[in-house]
Write a protein that binds this ligand. Structure first.
Ligand SMILES: *Cc1c(COP(=O)(O)O)cnc(C)c1O
Length: 458
């Protein structure tokens, strides 16, 4: 039993062979910091009765592990087998290869972001997307901001600051906690005027709420819930008529906002952006990284005069997009010019439109291999049916038939334990727990080997 004297000094540790190797890999500063921390921890352990020689012997391995752990990205890739395709906590849409390439190019070289290559003068960054957005939505004009929450904020602030904004009580949504329509309205400086009831709102409710102070009328897509039963809402074309008669802009917040009719790909219809525009909304807002399948962004499309007013709002400068995302969006929107090939080129649509039979065959193929990997650890794996969700506020109560693996083990806490193991993998695997098993929905797994490789590290 030896004491503190068994421990090397920081200098001795750095001068050792392992010290040199670690400095080569991680740099002197990082190794010195990690060595100090490890030596401090060893001294505490010895003071509490641990053997000095043991502590000294373990130092190199622990130091190497600390440094490897610190160098590992907290944003490393993982497998989303949660069954939620557009998972906000997992970064929503996976970008198309074309979008990734465009983003890479934009990061690596100067480009004409706000530069008119013909005249050599100043250009506008939104010009790179405006034409495509007009073409794909039928709107007169478009402006682009950081995300859809920002799109709603700047639109409300532009037309409703110091004035009133009318919204149906059935549409006062909360999305993911921090986005609550009444709070966003308050921040935009717009006084919320609620009309109708939770389940029913009529044309006369809007009409009688309009005053000389009304700045904007809002329609909000109820993205993450559905009101069923004795319900009534004012159809968008009729609401547009009411707004137009009063000379007040109608803002339709679509949320997910698909650019294509999803029923063409075997999913249920969601209102498209083009339809919302055609139905007479003066402005339509939607996200870049939900059904659209691009990077995080918020779009506002609609009347040219209103878009011009939004662009003059000083908030636009605070909420604008960077070149990387503009490049990725341009490449993503380009894919929409060829809707027939969209499901093979856009990962979001590819995952959402994968047929059940294909996923079930994949589950049958993978089950014995995954079972063989898990058996020594005391877990079993079987193919199962499950239900995927689109996620991120699209078709909230609809599910898509899917297939996957059901992992089980001894004891009531087996799914939780297994789930923790899978999260701790170098390539984490995320499933969801249901009825005493951990379900890995294979809808978003386009490569069998990716899962086998990840699980091999168990
Ligand atoms: C998702 C959503 C938002 C917020 O969009 P982000 O892109 O997450 O900022 C706003 N309104 C509706 C209706 C939504 O569905």
């Amino acid at each position: 039993m030896t004491g503190f004297r068994a421990l090397p000094s920081v200098d001795q540790l750095l001068q050792s062979d392992i010290g040199h190797a670690l400095i080569e890999e991680h740099g002197r500063t990082a190794v010195t910091t990690a060595a100090r921390a490890r030596l401090d921890a060893a001294r505490v352990a010895i003071r509490d009765g641990a053997c000095g020689d043991d502590q000294a012997a373990r130092l190199p391995d622990l130091l190497a592990a600390d440094l490897a752990q610190a160098a590992r990205s907290t944003l490393r890739p993982m497998l989303n087998l949660s069954g939620t395709v557009l998972h906000t906590n997992l970064g929503r849409a996976i970008l198309a290869p074309e979008a990734i390439e465009a983003a890479r190019t934009a990061m690596a070289a100067p480009l004409a972001l706000e530069f008119d290559l013909d005249g050599g003068g100043r250009g506008q960054r939104d010009d790179h997307l405006r034409g495509l957005l007009r073409e794909l939505t039928g709107a007169e004009d478009a402006t682009i901001v950081n995300n859809n929450a920002a799109a709603v904020l700047i639109a409300l602030n532009t037309f409703g600051q110091g004035r009133e904004g009318i919204v149906s009580r059935g549409e006062l949504i909360e999305i993911g906690g921090a986005f609550r329509m009444p709070d966003i309205m308050a921040r935009a400086g717009t006084r919320l005027v609620e009309v109708g009831t939770t389940n029913r709102t009529h044309p006369r409710d809007y009409e009688s709420a309009i005053t000389a102070d009304t700045g904007v009328i809002m329609k909000v897509h109820t993205s993450n819930y559905r009101i069923q039963g004795f319900t009534s809402e004012v159809p968008a074309p009729q609401l547009a008529g009411i707004a137009r008669a009063a000379g007040i802009p109608l803002l339709n917040d679509l949320g997910a906002g698909s650019l294509v009719d999803l029923s063409a790909y075997g999913l249920r219809r969601e209102p498209t952006v083009a339809e919302a525009v055609a139905e007479g909304a003066d402005l339509v807002t939607f996200s870049g990284d939900k059904l659209l399948g691009g990077p995080q962004a918020g779009f506002i499309v609609g009347r040219r005069d209103l878009i011009a007013q939004i662009n003059k709002n000083p908030l636009k400068r605070a909420l604008r997009l960077d070149k990387i995302r503009i490049a990725a969006l341009q490449a993503t929107l380009h894919l929409y010019r060829d809707p027939d090939r969209l499901p093979t080129r856009l990962p979001t649509l590819r995952d959402l439109s994968r047929p059940y039979d294909q996923i079930a065959a994949q589950a049958a193929r993978l089950a014995p291999k995954i079972a063989a990997l898990l058996e020594p650890l005391g877990y079993a794996a079987r193919p199962c049916d499950c239900d995927s969700q689109i996620g991120s506020g699209a078709l909230p109560v609809d599910t898509i038939p899917s297939a996957g693996l059901r992992l089980t083990g001894q004891g009531g806490d087996a799914p939780d334990r297994l789930s923790a193991h899978l999260r701790a993998l170098p390539c984490p695997v995320i499933g969801h727990i249901r009825d005493g098993g951990l379900i890995l929905d294979l809808r978003c797994l386009d490569d069998d080997d990716a899962l086998l490789d990840a699980m091999a590290a168990l």
